[in-house]
Design a protein around this ligand. Structure first.
Ligand SMILES: [Zn+2]
Length: 476
């Protein structure tokens, strides 16, 4: 076929562009979107998208894979199964975490992580830097070089032994992030509240699963969120509040935004589609839904939806943290709640769950859905304009959806290596049937066409202009 104009043409779909929905073709050359319009010339390969939606491939900016073991135990997914599962769920880019704990070199962790991802990833990836030990050397020597090499975001924790930073350390990290133009994600729970409550519940022999929710109180999220916002304001550095789970945290973020502060926020499927009721089981089956922050009382779900709708929450990611159920229950039926590993899988079901309840449920426009799941994470984490939207010059990362297909989620239709899904039995309408990564059809409705190792590390741009000055604080 010598008269082909494009390597690939995706023909006749309803394209979800940033400002409009348009019935048109997409022409791809060298892995990039070369043209968008009706009646494009021929491609060496053609894919019909008649009757289907064509969305930007999902970007999952919060997922854990092949992280170093936690208390001697490892999670299920490496970069092979983790990125494969993402790809089969319509996601084309993931940003997992290179995790530094106390006493470790962050550069060594990132080098190790490259070795784990490079030969295995099916789709493109970047790394966030979990900074668990912001020593003077790490701040001065390691992090600026890692940011310059394309890891332009940092995650910090206000709880968890081995990772949590005190407020002084948080200020140091924020100060560095500002001077480097990096994004800082914050796990905002109040550590003392969790420890204090856990000790009391354990002493009172209240160790059933339901106390996991009570030991991680909403009020602790609200306080830690407000504290993170305050430190961010003092040091004039944007932050993104991770996995917003409760209405109180939404209110704090909304108030900060109303004051013009650069505060961003993310939520996850478990805060819309699971609740404390799913954890409250007499046996340990509820541990399939144990993560932190935990899914809250159902009354929080409307507040999270409202946060999404009014722009308080920009990003919808999975927080895929694939603990096997067998490991969650390894301690036997009387395992106390605080000994259950925290984290649930969800990288493959993230998009379909939100599409079904959001788009088909009449809450979200297609544009809003695409922005929550791809556009906003691309902008906030330095992947735009290369990824995040269907636009000429961008990578041809696409997900083709059957908006009406009804699917009952079962673990055996998913591609992660985890032994369960917390969404078992939930039925959704709308399903990503094809995934195209840099112009290559990698998932075709049940058929895996990718190879481990084809995914590439994406050196991300700095999301913000670097700023050395602390205008307000130091000029006072
Ligand atoms: Zn996480």
């Amino acid at each position: 076929m010598t008269d082909a104009v494009f390597d690939l043409v995706v023909r006749g779909g309803l394209l979800v562009l940033p400002q409009e929905t348009l019935e048109a073709d997409i022409g791809v050359r060298d892995g990039l979107i070369a043209a968008i319009g009706p009646g494009l010339g021929r491609g060496r390969r053609e894919i019909s998208a008649e009757g289907r939606l064509v969305l930007p491939g999902g970007i999952d900016s919060h997922c854990h894979m092949d992280q170093q073991p936690w208390e001697g135990k490892a999670t299920a997914d490496d970069f092979d199964s983790g990125t494969l599962s993402a790809m089969c769920g319509g996601t084309t880019t993931v940003v997992p975490f290179a995790m530094q704990m106390r006493g470790q070199s962050l550069s060594a962790i990132v080098a190790d992580y490259h070795g784990r991802a490079g030969p295995k990833a099916h789709i493109d990836y970047g790394f966030h830097l979990i900074v668990g030990d912001p020593s003077a050397e790490v701040l001065r020597d390691e992090i600026p070089a890692l940011i310059a090499a394309g890891c332009t975001s940092i995650k910090i924790y206000l709880t968890y032994d081995g990772l949590k930073l005190d407020d002084y350390e948080v200020l140091n990290v924020l100060d560095l992030a500002r001077s480097q133009g990096a994004m800082v994600m914050v796990h905002a729970e109040n550590d003392a509240c969790i420890r204090w409550l856990t000790e009391r519940f354990v002493a009172a022999r209240k160790t059933q699963l339901r106390y996991h929710v009570h030991a991680h109180p909403d009020i602790g999220d609200r306080e830690a969120t407000f504290r993170a916002i305050s430190l961010s304001e003092l040091i004039e550095t944007p932050i993104l509040v991770s996995h917003v789970a409760a209405g109180g945290a939404v209110e704090e973020i909304r108030r900060a935004k109303a004051r013009g502060l650069p505060i961003y926020a993310e939520t996850c499927p478990q805060y819309l589609f699971l609740s404390a009721e799913d954890i409250d089981t007499d046996d340990l089956s509820g541990s399939k839904c144990v993560c932190t922050p935990p899914p809250r009382d159902k009354s929080n779900q409307p507040a999270i939806w409202q946060g999404i709708l009014d722009g308080t929450i920009e990003v919808f990611s999975s927080d895929h943290s694939p603990w096997n159920y067998v490991d969650k229950i390894a301690g036997g039926p009387d395992t106390p709640f605080h000994r259950i590993p925290n984290g649930i899988p969800g990288i493959e079901t993230r998009l379909a769950l939100l599409f079904s309840a959001g788009v088909n449920g009449g809450r979200l426009s297609l544009q809003k859905f695409a922005d929550l799941t791809s556009g906003a994470p691309a902008r906030l984490f330095g992947l735009s304009p290369r990824k995040g939207t269907i636009s000429v010059g961008a990578d041809a990362d696409l997900a083709i959806w059957d908006p009406d297909r009804t699917v009952t989620i079962r673990n055996d239709i998913l591609h992660h290596a985890t032994d369960h899904t917390p969404y078992e039995g939930q039925t959704v309408r709308g399903w990503p049937v094809m995934t195209i990564s840099r112009g290559e059809l990698v998932w075709n409705d049940g058929e895996i066409l990718s190879k481990a190792g084809r995914g590439r590390f994406i050196a991300r741009e700095r999301p913000f202009p670097p700023r050395q000055d602390l205008s307000k604080v130091l000029s006072s």
